[in-house]
Design a protein around this ligand. Sequence first.
Ligand SMILES: [Zn+2]
Length: 423
Amino acid sequence: MKPRNRFQQQVVEAAKKLPALTQEQIEWSKNNVIEHIARRNDKGKITCTKCSHSWQGLGPLVDTLTDCVCPNCKAKLVVKATNKRVFRTSYYMTVITTCEGYQVVRSIMVKCTARVGKLPEYEHSEVMQRWIAPNGKYCTFAKLRQTMGTMYYDAWIYYTPLELRQENDVYNRIFTDVVYPRQKLIPELKRTGLKKTFYSQKPLELFRTLLSDSRAETLIKAGYTKLFKRIMDSGWKNIDNYWQSIRICIRNNYKIKDATLWCDYIDLLRFFGKDLYNAKYVCPNDLKVEHDRYVIKKAKADAQQEFEKQLEKESEYREAKEKFFGLVFSDGLINVRVLESVKEIILEGKLMHHCVGSYHTKTDSLILSACIDGKRIETIEVSLSQLRVIQSRGICNKNTQYHDRIINLVNQNISLIEQRLAA
Ligand SMILES: [Zn+2]
């Protein structure tokens, strides 16, 4: 693709000055990027595909379950029990460097073809470069990818040129976690206090955030690296939700040990309309205790809101089930009556610790309560279309000693329900 603006033009010019990968980098990848294989054949003979040394193994379990180190070349090996003789593997290596004032993230695909009994053949191909300017602007150089007839998004076509390409989300998915240890950072990034750790972030995202938002630099310099990581993980734009409170923490020298818990806690404070500029709230002495207190408070508020939402359906319920109201029958001991409001049904569910509370919305169900001397025994659900008891439940969904008697009583009186249904 031809450069489309001045920035891209400048990067294309700068890219001409980027040195080739060094022999040292390529050698490093052979020992640190590629996972070499120990082939274990069906006779238990193990062959190191890195140096082709072979030896007799100890037994299938020992060989495959423990880390294997080649006694000859000392490479850490992954044991594969197979009679296969050729292994083709490929891995990504990331090189972090600078060129002409730009931060460059280079992605190299390293391939290894290992044949049992021969020394492996190595190939490498630089497939992608991200170029980042000191202001956070960036563009991408890449090879073309095979997109037809493959399920891989990164089937690079090696002979195509590494050149400026239109941005594509695929580029952000390329594995970048294995980084060549000798890194170079532009001064603008060094100044932010960034060390060699990337806080489990993709280098491009990390660099761009640090270069374009001074709040990222403030967090790192104040030692709030866990918080920085937490917010990066959740999407950097979420910094807006916490920044005012973070400033209070920094001013008060408040240590945030558990960043996830703290962010959660701030979200709860916001929900309850608390002052997020007030150290009394945002810097609690015991974060865990305060957090848990608000979690319970929130659960209560949610339950209350849900209750109010259900009560709004009162008239709907009355309209649907009114013709059954007042229906009562008894065998002398057990009294059964129809529950006559949403409120009553919710209360029944709460006192009996079962889920009938939501049953008022079921159009085919009639909910009745069985009591002895005013004490709740079981809750009964009758199907109006089938005119029979579907379930009868006591406290915590358990059956009581009256269970069968209650079901019989309702079934014997089902004609009363039928009459009202027909009315
Ligand atoms: Zn070896």
